[in-house]
Design a protein around this ligand. Structure first.
Ligand code: TYM
Length: 331
């Protein structure tokens, strides 16, 4: 039998897990976990590139882990763990640093954006962020990496680093491919539909958290910025309505064209209320399961412990191979 493909992805535990993360990334993870060998981490080391309040950060990371499970990620099917619980991530990052050029890292759009946003804290970690991400992916010999469109450049760098290493030594890493959905790769802010919906957006009305209450969801969508022309249609000059159509389609599984046809002449108010209801229905079970799991920290930690042990066994093999190839004396 052919070996199953390995799938890897992660999310940084900052702010609230959003509908953008769910549609752009997690909804694909859910279908992949039935077919592939999947690993999904809470990328807590990545989140340290921006200042965190320790006690809040710890709580947020655990809440994200509970939300992974609540969304349907299943520890019987996938390896679910905290990145910081598997030391090989940081170790491989060091080695890969020595195969990544400063020029490449400084060209990353996200590095440039974040440096601008945090002028008082342009730390080395911010620049090294994509190398840690490459280590995450390459440690597990991953074939596929399901992410939203904003991670495409980081995936290209990961591939370049892997190929460079393979060419210098001998085939060591699987060269991974990004899996970016055709639709939903960029869910936009409800307050500014030309910008990405971002979990660190300080404007609570700009994002929908996957555990927002039904009232919050309905209200936020009602207030979503749109244009003043009355027809519901998917087009470049209607970014707000197009964004809502993309969300509507993602949560119902119906095509954008059919939804646009159905709501074309019904007016924005009726359209927005239908989108709101559909999002509420999609997230209702997630919210309920999150409430239930949050009360059971022991269970969450037992899943995390088992996930980290399984991940370490795989990661250790890759790291040992890399150490050998670069010529380090064996332990
Ligand atoms: P992060 O935490 O910013 O986002 C997590 C995932 O959600 C996707 N995403 C979106 N998709 C559609 N519309 C949006 N508005 C939207 N916002 C976010 C992201 O593309 C991502 O897939 N560096 C990564 C986390 C990471 C990782 C990895 C990913 C760490 N190690 C290894 C893949 C493989 C990040 O910051 O994602």
């Amino acid at each position: 039998m052919d070996k199953k493909k390995v799938v890897y992805s992660g999310i940084q535990p900052t702010g609230c897990l959003t509908l953008g993360n769910y549609i752009g990334a997690v909804s694909n993870w859910l279908t992949m976990q039935d077919e592939y060998d999947c690993l999904f981490s809470i990328a807590d080391l990545h989140a340290l590139t921006v200042r965190q309040v320790p006690a809040d950060f710890r709580k947020t990371a655990l809440r994200f882990f509970a939300q992974y499970l609540a969304m349907g990620l299943d520890p019987k099917k996938s390896i679910l763990y905290f990145q910081s619980h598997v030391p090989q991530h940081a170790e491989l990052t060091w080695i890969l640093n020595c195969f990544t050029y400063v020029g490449e890292a400084s060209r990353m759009t996200q590095f440039k954006d974040k440096s601008q946003k945090h002028l008082d804290n342009v730390n080395m970690g911010l620049m090294d962020y994509p190398v840690l991400m490459a280590a995450d992916i390459l440690l597990y010999q991953s074939d596929l990496v399901p992410v939203g469109g904003d991670q495409k450049q980081h995936l290209e760098l990961t591939r370049d680093i892997a190929m460079r290493f393979n060419n210098l030594y001998s085939p060591t890493f699987v060269v991974p491919e990004a899996y970016i959905p055709k639709q939903g790769a960029k869910i936009c802010s409800l307050a500014d539909p030309t910008a990405k919906m971002s979990k660190s957006d300080p404007d609570a009305n700009a994002t929908i958290s996957i555990i927002d209450s039904p009232e919050e969801i309905i209200n936020k969508i009602k207030r979503a910025v749109t244009d003043s022309e009355p027809h519901v249609a998917y087009s470049e000059d209607k970014p707000g309505i197009s964004n809502l159509l993309t969300i509507f389609s993602a949560v119902t599984g119906r095509g954008i064209d059919s939804l646009a046809d159905e709501y074309r002449d019904k007016g924005y108010a009726a359209f927005k209320s239908a989108v709101g209801e559909a999002v509420v229905e999609k997230l209702r079970p997630v919210r309920a399961e999150f409430e239930r799991l949050s009360a059971d920290k022991d269970y969450l930690m037992s899943v995390a412990r088992e996930g980290a042990e399984r991940a370490q066994r795989i990661a250790y093999k890759t790291l040992a191979k890399v150490y050998r190839k670069v010529g380090l004396v064996e332990r």
